[in-house]
Design a protein around this ligand. Structure first.
Ligand code: NAI
Ligand code: MG
Length: 393
């Protein structure tokens, strides 16, 4: 039976890299039907909704999505670009990615950050003898995707009942006299069930893939209730995995250690914001946005996407210069998710050989400032990198 995948290219370079990933999937022998899912800026402008209901319905039906990237703009720009008939009708722009994550409860976000040998963008550091060493990074971040600081429960000038609730906490004393319009509150809400789900996913992944440690990266010494709950659930879940060590680091210290000993970490688990920070940090050690892939997995639906955005400054370049690898690696995560692990492994090996040989490299890997000139400077186009991967397959 052929699978149906909802392909959501989105905006800008999302439209460039998603078809490249599909080319690689086909070359690896993965047979699927792709249905197009509308998402992004054009649909905001034309319909007042960047995630139309028809796309939500497609995802609900087929359950697997491949997503490129979208463009988001600030409130006033969003309102100004709405087509005239829709203006002043109460349409409010809201990120379709956040909407998708919340609607389908895609609570488990996985972001692997793994070194490809001979990638010129790999992090190196000085060794004690004055030489250089290139630590092998193999970290997989599990980020809680739906709660915490990004859940959107926040106010400037909170309503009276909220203020009253806050005032019932002794520590709110310091803010009692602040006028409403000068008071901004963003909540950090964790639930035990979702802490349990994310740490369980992290431990199960570590066990399946042979990682020796799971590190909870929070700040329980200061943010006692929420970080504390995550840590307590991790301690509970860890009992079922006696062969895996449970470590705990504070997010700030973790960023300090980022370049000191990145090779010591395996699986890392964190709430929404700290997970975002720590995954960007580790992604920077292994090549950055051209390599950063991710999975967003819920109970029923899963969506796979590169971490990068729509890179508007490159969207109209012909030929395209952006690196397709982050998108292709996201497609590999999709293959793993649906049990096509052998095909995923073959694609990763192909990517790895292209990088190791080093003759076909996008501009980012050549450390060139992006622009149309990079091709004459020896950079490969997006399509050439895909072709090289396919040739290896
Ligand atoms: P961006 O990720 O689109 O681009 C930042 C820079 O990273 C680019 O200018 C380019 O130099 C580099 N880059 C990104 N992807 C690359 C690739 N595949 N290969 C080589 N280089 C690459 O982030 P930016 O410029 O902050 O945002 C642009 C738009 O994208 C905004 O509208 C923003 O809201 C949106 N965005 C969307 C995301 C998503 O769809 N998940 C994530 C981040 C931003
Ligand atoms: Mg980020």
């Amino acid at each position: 039976m052929k699978r149906t995948i909802v392909a959501m290219p989105g905006d800008g370079i999302g439209k460039v890299v998603l078809p490249e990933a599909i080319r690689v999937l086909e070359a690896a022998g993965f047979e699927a039907e792709y249905v197009n899912g509308d998402i992004g800026w054009d649909f905001w402008c034309d319909e007042g909704n960047p995630l139309p209901q028809r796309t939500v319905d497609l995802l609900a039906e087929h359950r697997i999505g491949l997503f490129g990237a979208i463009t988001s703009k600030p409130k006033d720009k969003a309102a100004a670009e709405l087509k005239p008939e829709l203006r002043d009708k109460g349409f409010v722009y809201y990120s379709p990615i956040v909407t998708m994550r919340q609607h389908f409860d895609l609570d488990i976000c996985t972001r692997p950050c793994q070194t490809f040998p001979n990638n010129p963008l790999n992090f190196i550091r000085k060794s004690a003898d004055g030489g250089f060493e290139e630590p092998l990074v193999d970290v997989v971040i599990f980020r809680q995707n739906t709660q915490g600081l990004y859940a959107g429960v926040e106010w400037t000038n909170p309503p009276e009942n909220v203020r009253a609730a806050l005032a019932s906490h002794p520590r709110f004393k310091a803010f009692l006299d602040v006028p409403g319009e000068d008071l901004a509150v963003s909540t950090r809400i964790f639930t035990r069930e979702y802490c349990r789900r994310i740490v369980t996913a992290a431990f199960e992944y570590a066990a399946k893939h042979g990682y020796k440690s799971v590190t909870v990266c929070e700040k329980p010494n200061v943010i006692r209730e929420t970080s504390g709950m995550m840590e307590a659930e991790a301690a509970e879940v860890a009992k079922r995995f006696p062969d895996i060590q449970l470590w705990s680091t504070n997010i700030d210290a973790q960023m300090m250690w980022l370049t000191k000993n990145p090779e010591d970490y395996g699986v890392i688990v964190a709430g929404n914001m700290f997970g975002d920070i720590v995954s960007d940090g580790f992604a920077g050690l292994v090549g950055g946005l051209g390599f950063a892939c991710s999975a967003n997995v819920g109970k029923d639906v899963a969506v796979f996407e590169p971490t990068h955005g729509s890179a508007p400054k490159y969207e109209t370049l012909e030929p395209s210069i952006v690196n397709p690898i982050a998108m292709v690696l996201s497609a590999c995560m999709m293959l793993d998710h649906i049990g096509e692990t052998e095909k995923a492994a073959r694609i990763r090996t192909a990517i790895s050989s292209v990088i190791a040989e080093g003759s076909v490299r996008t501009y980012d890997m050549m450390k060139l400032p992006g622009g149309p000139k990079v091709i004459e400077q020896g950079a490969a186009t997006t399509q050439q990198v895909t072709d090289a991967i396919i040739a290896k397959l």
